[in-house]
Design a protein around this ligand. Structure first.
Ligand code: THU
Length: 140
């Protein structure tokens, strides 16, 4: 996908490969389910993430949030795209909490790339997978 509404060049394959790089560091000894994510920020920075589990299961963090929190903590608060890789035989969608976190930092036309590999992927908008989101607008 090239130059689109955002004015950004979105190279889905590159972002997916970055997500796979992130997944290499997944720490998932309890579920055995390794996930990787890569976010593309305004300005073209890419941050990768993996899921990080904990013996106290509730303290675990998803790959998407790891990547997003890395980006935001480095000062990049506007996200143009995120690629997510989990299982190789089916698409791994972000969990509800991650959809909420994505919605906080999403640019208007943000793309959610769900990939089995760098050739097999689908691209969704946030509105498709998270309609009726609760956002800062609801607080005004
Ligand atoms: N997980 C993610 O990292 N991202 C998702 O979108 C779905 C779930 C992780 C959380 C946990 O470490 C493991 O996958 C099994 O739920």
């Amino acid at each position: 996908m090239q130059k689109e509404e955002t004015g950004m060049n979105l190279d889905c394959e590159k972002l997916i490969l970055k997500a796979f790089q992130g997944r290499k560091n997944a720490y998932a000894p309890y579920s055995g389910f390794k996930v990787g994510a890569a976010v593309l920020t305004q300005g073209g920075n890419i941050y990768t993430g993996c899921n990080i589990e904990n013996a106290s299961y509730g303290a675990s963090n998803c790959a998407e949030r790891t990547a997003i929190f890395k980006a935001v903590s480095e000062g990049h608060k506007t996200l143009y795209a995120i690629a997510i890789v989990g299982a190789e035989d089916k698409y791994t969608y972000p969990c509800g909490i991650c959809r909420q976190v994505i919605s906080e930092f999403a640019s208007p036309h943000m793309k959610i790339i769900l990939a089995k590999n760098e050739k097999e992927y689908i691209v969704k908008t946030l509105d498709e997978i998270f309609p009726g989101a609760f956002t800062k607008k609801n607080l005004l």
